[in-house]
Each structure stands twice: as C-alpha cells, then as structure tokens.
Design a binder for this molecule. Structure first.
Ligand code: ADP
Ligand code: MG
Length: 410
C-alpha cells in the first residue's frame, strides 16, 4: 500500500500537517498531473516537490535560477536526510552526482536552466529515472514576469520529451498575465493552477511621499522596536542611511553587493542573530534568509514592481506578530522608472509600463492599500482592511496624488 503523504511529512520533515494549499499541490503531483503552484514567499513551496521526491520512485529534477539558492536548498534537504545534489559549474563532484542519479540514489537533483536544456543533460536523464520536473521561480519563463530568463524558454522540449513525467511549476510572484503565460509556456492546463492566499494580515502597510530628508526613516526606526530592514535604491544610499540612523542609538549595518564578501556575510549574520538591529540594504538582501521576527521593512524609494514590493515587505512579520511596511516615494522615482523603461527592448516595454502603472495605483490610492495589493494577485478583499494607513486615517485629497498622476500619464 502506498504511504500516506501526511505520515511522510511528519516522519521526514517533522511538520505536524500541511500548510495552506500544500496538500492540494502534493496530491496533484502524486497523481501525475501537471501543476502550477502560486504561493507567497515563505508559504513552503519547496515541500511541494521535496515530499513527492521522497515518495516517488526516481529522481525529482529541480530547475532553479541561482546557484546560491540551489546550495541553500541542498543544505536544507540534506539536513532532513533527503538524498540531494546540485549539478552546477561550481560543483567539483559532478561525475559522482551523475553516478548517484544513474544508480537511482538521488531524490532531488538541482540544475540551472541553461544546463537542463543541453543535449548532454537530456542524455543523462534518459539513462536514469526521472519522477518529476519541478520548475522553481517559474515566472522567469515569462517576458511578462519581472525576471525573464531566456534559458527558461528552452526547457519545454526537455519536459515534452519525458511525456509520462509530471511537471510542477512554482512561483511566488505572478500577476494574472504572467500566470497565463507560465501555463502556456510550460504546457500546464488551466485547471492545474493552484493559488494560495496572499494576505499577510499582521503587516500594516503605509505609503508616504518622501520629504527629501532621512527624518522620516529615523522617526520610523525610533517608533518601531525590533529588527528592521531599510531598502535603499543604491549602494551609496544604504551607507548614507546607515550613518543617518546612528542617532537612533540602534545597532545599524549596511548591506550591498559592493561590500567585501566577508563583511557582507558578517553583517547578515549579525542581523539574523539580533533582536534590535536595523540593516540598510539594497534589494539583494533578504533572498533566502529565514528571520521570522523582522518588525519593519521600510523602502526609501519606489520598488521595482508590486511583486517586488510584496516580496520585500513580506520579509516582515513572518512570525505572525504585528509588523510594519512603510514605503517612502518621490515623483522623481516615477520619472526615473519611466526613463529606464524607455531604454529596455521595445517588446518588453508594455509589461514594464503595466508594472509601473500598477505601482502608481498602489501609491496614489486614497483607498485600502491591501485591497489593491491583493487584487493585483487576483484575490478579492473587503473594501477596507483596517490595517493600512488609509484605512486607519482616511486621507484628505493630498497633492501627492496629483504629482503621481502627472508622472504616470503621458
Ligand atoms: P517558499 O519557497 O515558498 O518561499 P520554503 O519552501 O523556503 O518557502 O519554506 C519556508 C519555510 O516554511 C521553511 O522554513 C519550511 O521548512 C517551512 N515549512 C514548509 N512547509 C511547512 C509545514 N507544512 N509546516 C510547517 N513549516 C513548513
Ligand atoms: Mg522557494
């Protein structure tokens, strides 16, 4: 008799039960059906393929866009005793990994899309047994997505050549247009899409025009105890903010790609361990870090998209306790974004423009922020959430609205 998924979940992963839509996703996968799981960051997407990987005969091939992400996943999988390996240019044990795959001794094999689409890799898979294809960060397959990777487009022939092997695409960040595109690009039927709830009711959203000083962020830090992240738009901006925040008396560190790797790692480790540190970072910070007690996320400028905003603010309050997400924006952010859009390839401009307009609608609304955010992810929400700036203090008609409109039209 086949094992019961919940008992495997408890025995191998040590979790008492599935969370949210995990059960639905896992049962589709175990039934051999092609599936797209749209689940917010932290919802537990990895489990949706790791559990079937353990239960099914053969190896689950996981396509993942970043080597660092793959190695994090590998460590996590090995920690619970799953037989896993990565096959990347930096792995020196590639021959051994191929051998383990051919021997049927791997539950999970992580590869990057550019390797997955080679004839060499297909030949390897032909000689072993593939149980499942998991395509992580599946929005990368869509030009409508915010992170298009042409290599993801090359996966389809591989998937199609293993006709009996189910495919599971996973993403945290896909608006309706991008989702439809993922389904089409990866050959997943519409009824195969499972969307988890995106609401994070414990996060209080606030969005305010910038006053051109660091005073607003200083005030926010003073008013909000506990660990916090301040996202700046440039490396210099993170350093400037870190200096300005010294007046709060809180421990403050900067984090950006220009720092010495050892310093960067030390700053991240210090933040993860701290109960009151503020880290001033570029958006590179936060990927793959698991810190549940972040009490606030501030943006010192406009994020790249609503998806990016949701993902970045979603790093606050993962423990379910109250947390704050405060965005400070300026009209010049929109001007700069519009200029950037003018510089990208013509076929990508409509998607980029739609993304910027969606952000504009979020910052300029006098209505509920959460409602707009959730509507973006296809979720209906009540007219007022009671836990955003506009619901808590309905605004009078402010001139910021006019400013935003001026920069959005034309
Ligand atoms: P995602 O990829 O969706 O952002 P992860 O797969 O990294 O999320 O999982 C986020 C966290 O949730 C991990 O620490 C994971 O161990 C935990 N988790 C996953 N499923 C469950 C579950 N059913 N019960 C409790 N914790 C879970
Ligand atoms: Mg993930």
């Amino acid at each position: 008799m086949a094992a019961d998924p919940v008992s495997v979940l408890q025995r191998i992963f040590g979790f008492p039960d599935f969370r949210g839509v995990q059960r639905d996703v896992v049962s589709r996968v175990l039934a051999g059906e092609n599936t797209l799981a749209v689940m917010p960051t932290g919802a537990g997407k990895s489990l949706c393929y790791q559990l079937p990987a353990v239960m099914l005969e053969g190896t689950c091939v996981v396509v993942s866009p970043l080597i660092a992400l793959m190695h994090d996943q590998l460590r996590a999988a090995e920690a619970v005793g799953i037989r896993a390996a990565t096959l990347t240019s930096v792995d020196e044990n590639r021959a051994e990994t191929r051998g383990r795959f051919l021997d049927g001794a791997l539950d999970l094999l992580y590869v990057a899309p550019e390797r997955a689409s080679t004839a060499d890799f297909r030949d390897l898979l032909d000689r072993g047994k593939v149980a499942l294809f998991a395509i992580d960060e599946a929005h990368c397959v869509s030009e409508w997505g915010h992170d298009f990777r042409p290599d993801y487009r090359l996966l389809r022939p591989l998937l199609d050549s293993f006709a009996g092997v189910p495919r599971l695409a996973l993403t945290a960040t896909a608006d309706a247009h991008t989702r439809a595109d993922i389904l089409e690009q990866l050959g997943i039927p519409h009824e195969g899409m499972i969307v988890a709830g995106f609401d994070r009711p414990n996060i209080r959203y606030a969005i305010t025009p910038r006053d051109g000083t660091t005073r607003q962020i200083v005030d926010l830090v003073r008013a909000t105890p506990g660990p916090g992240i301040v996202y700046a738009q440039t490396r210099a901006g993170t350093e400037r903010l870190a200096e300005a925040l010294a007046v709060t008396g809180r421990p403050v560190r900067a984090y950006h790609a220009g720092l010495d790797p050892a310093v960067r790692a030390a700053n991240q480790a210090a933040f993860v361990a701290s109960e009151d540190m503020v880290i001033c970072a570029t958006v590179a910070f936060g990927m793959g870090i698991d810190k549940p007690d972040v009490r606030f996320v501030a943006h010192a400028g406009l994020p790249k998209s609503i998806e990016a905003y949701y993902q970045e603010t979603g790093r606050a309050g993962r423990d379910g306790d109250p947390a704050v997400a405060h965005l400070f924006w300026g009209a010049e952010d929109f001007a700069r974004a519009r200029q950037r859009i003018g510089e990208v390839e013509a076929h990508r401009q409509p998607g980029e423009r739609a993304r910027l307009n969606a952000l504009g609608a979020l910052v300029e609304t006098a209505g509920c922020r959460r409602r707009i955010l959730l509507a973006h992810f296809g979720e209906e929400a009540p007219a007022a959430c009671g836990n955003c700036d506009n619901c808590l203090a309905p605004p009078k008609a402010i001139d910021a609205t006019e400013t935003a409109r001026k920069y959005l039209s034309a």
